[in-house]
Write a protein that binds this ligand. Structure first.
Ligand code: N01
Length: 542
């Protein structure tokens, strides 16, 4: 928290809304509240540029794992006509350029204040206002507070003894320096083998003198099959724009493709193998859609898991390394599945070594490198690809205090309590875009974001029409929703992966609660629509 004495940014000015964060969510929310509803809005952003996740995640290999033709805003034909993606999976530079383009085209910059980290937000009951303090000592007041802080923005750097003594450089992938990191000739240690580590390892290996990958949990990964987008594909995507959008919104996970209607267990062994092989060759997250029951039936999933395990053994030449890389403690896609470009192949390089830190844990970091229980690995650079305090972390970091001094961290001490992932009891006029309890990280994010922003915009518009000034969910509605979120998760295999960040398992001391809504994007959107259609059932509006 800032110790600078807060000063009013513009004394006497009360904004209609403060938005926190200038990524996909914040930019669209600003556009909708300002240009659709005519509200007086300020957007506060900690970074020195727009981009959100894509502002911070510039690590080597950072690129999207949803495909570019649907990882974008879909609300404006004009915006879509103005932008051409160059690759099947755009890299961080291209996505940042896209979001800057959007900020310019929609003329959003006058309402955006960069380099401004929100350190506290307190609800004042008498004024029905949110009082927002920032790290640079400013203070803002607004009727509505909308968080657009992302789900994966609070870096999780493990507290390994001795880190502060390390004589080389160390970086977390989610806080990558603007001007990059030079790896040439250096001995690099990469800790973490989630989506990030799996994207970074092959690129770092090409540059570094030696790369040592420290793996705690072996992971499944399917080839991305990235490549340039050609004009005929672009033309197809333009012609089918409406259908792609509709399909994304009516799907389980916000991706515009069908999940097979066949069970993995109802086909012959040959058919199953062919289906997985075709999906492997096509590449990408669509592998999950090869059969309808991969996320609901253990035996069905085991066939996909085993297919990938065999691929790992086929790709990695050294059998002992292949076995270390083979996940056997959880099923495919029960943790967030990565996709890769030559990840497993990287372990065939002479300058790459794998250390299984479940078998031989890291004991300490010393000035010259990392000491495990059975070896010392000298290092010049340590890269932490150790993930994030997901979903709740970015919200709790805002130090939010609601009605009657209720702290969000206390209200959520046993796990997030939200209604629809949009609001929490005790925190009037606070909206959380892609908050815990919404589909968020289980979907193609721009689709989830558009749905949330549009719901919030409509809600505020209707409040204004009614002359209402305050909205908050009832505790009963939130209890029921938390229960529903839990039930939908239990109907899948997702809670089975005990080391999953979906459950908060990667952060020591975090409550083990399945946080995103696993009931599917289409079902969720329908529920949100019905709640609004019934006069915002479950909310108290006054
Ligand atoms: O983080 P992760 P991530 N000691 O939490 C290990 C999105 N994303 O940054 O599995 C040693 O998945 C940890 O081990 P374990 C995507 O949603 C998207 O990779 O907890 N190791 C794991 O191996 C993704 O899921 C894209 O046992 C430690 C790794 O670090 C999410 O971001 C690209 C450790 C962390 O994996 C997060 O991915 C990248 C410790 N103390 C990311 N603590 C796109 O393409 C953790 N680990 C869009």
């Amino acid at each position: 928290m800032s110790h600078t004495r807060a000063v009013n940014a513009e004394p006497g000015r009360r904004y209609d809304a403060i938005i926190v964060g200038a990524g996909f969510s914040g930019l669209y929310q600003l556009h909708m509240l300002r240009d659709r509803l005519g509200l007086d809005v300020r957007l506060l952003e900690a970074g020195d540029g727009v981009g959100g996740t894509w502002y911070w995640n510039r690590y080597p290999g950072a690129r999207c794992d949803s495909e570019s033709y649907y990882y974008c805003y879909t609300f404006s034909d004009e915006l879509q006509d103005q932008w051409q993606w160059s690759e099947r999976y755009p890299d961080h530079n291209e996505i940042r350029r896209y979001l800057n383009h959007v900020a310019d085209r929609l003329e959003l910059r006058p309402n955006i204040q960069l380099g401004t980290r929100v350190t506290q937000a307190t609800y004042d009951d008498l004024k029905n206002s949110w009082l927002v303090s920032t790290g640079n000592g400013q203070r803002f007041e607004a009727q509505f507070l909308v968080t657009a802080v992302g789900c994966l923005s609070t870096a999780n750097v493990p507290s390994i003894p001795g880190l502060e003594t390390f004589a080389g450089e160390h970086y977390h992938t989610g806080r990558w320096p603007d001007n990059g990191v030079v790896f040439e000739g250096k001995r690099v240690g990469l800790i973490g083998t989630g989506s990030t580590g799996i994207q970074a390892a092959p690129v770092i290996a090409e540059q570094a003198g030696k790369l040592t990958v420290f793996q705690r949990t072996a992971n499944y990964s399917v080839p991305a099959r990235n490549g340039p987008v050609d004009q005929s594909f672009r033309d197809w995507a333009t012609t089918n724009r409406e259908a792609i959008r509709a399909k994304s919104r009516s799907s389980v996970n916000g991706h515009p493709f069908d999940v097979s209607d066949r069970s993995a267990l109802e086909v012959s062994d040959e058919e199953r193998e062919q289906a997985y092989q075709a999906a492997w060759e096509r590449g990408g997250l669509r592998f999950r859609a090869t059969f309808k029951d991969l996320l609901t039936d253990e035996a069905a999933n085991e066939t996909a898991s085993q297919f990938i395990r065999e691929k790992i053994h086929n790709i990695v030449k050294d059998p002992a390394t292949a076995e270390k890389l083979t996940p056997r403690d959880h099923l495919y896609a029960t943790k967030r599945p990565p996709i890769d470009t030559h990840y497993f192949e990287t372990f065939n390089r002479d300058n790459v070594e794998l250390v299984d830190i479940k078998a031989t844990p890291i004991v300490e970091i010393v000035p010259e490198g990392i000491r495990t229980s059975d070896a010392f690995i000298p290092l010049d650079v340590i890269v932490f690809a150790t993930g994030f305090d997901a979903l709740t972390g970015p919200l709790l970091a805002l130090n939010i205090e609601g009605r009657g001094g209720l702290q969000l961290k206390d209200a959520w001490a046993h796990g997030p309590r939200t209604y629809l992932g949009l609001q929490s009891p005790g925190f009037p006029n606070l909206f959380t875009i892609t908050g815990p309890g919404s589909p968020s990280v289980l979907t193609n994010m721009p689709i989830a974001i558009e749905q949330h922003v549009e719901w919030i915009t409509r809600c505020i518009a209707e409040m204004r029409n009614r002359g209402a000034t305050r909205i908050e969910p009832t505790p009963t509605a939130a209890e029921k929703w938390v229960q529903h979120v839990n039930e939908t998760a239990q109907a899948t295999l997702l809670p089975m992966a005990s080391s999953s960040w979906y459950l908060g398992a990667n952060v020591p001391g975090k409550p083990r609660v399945f946080m995103p809504y696993a009931g599917g994007m289409a079902r969720y959107e329908k529920i949100c629509g019905e709640v609004a259609g019934k006069g915002y059932e479950g909310f108290l509006i006054s």
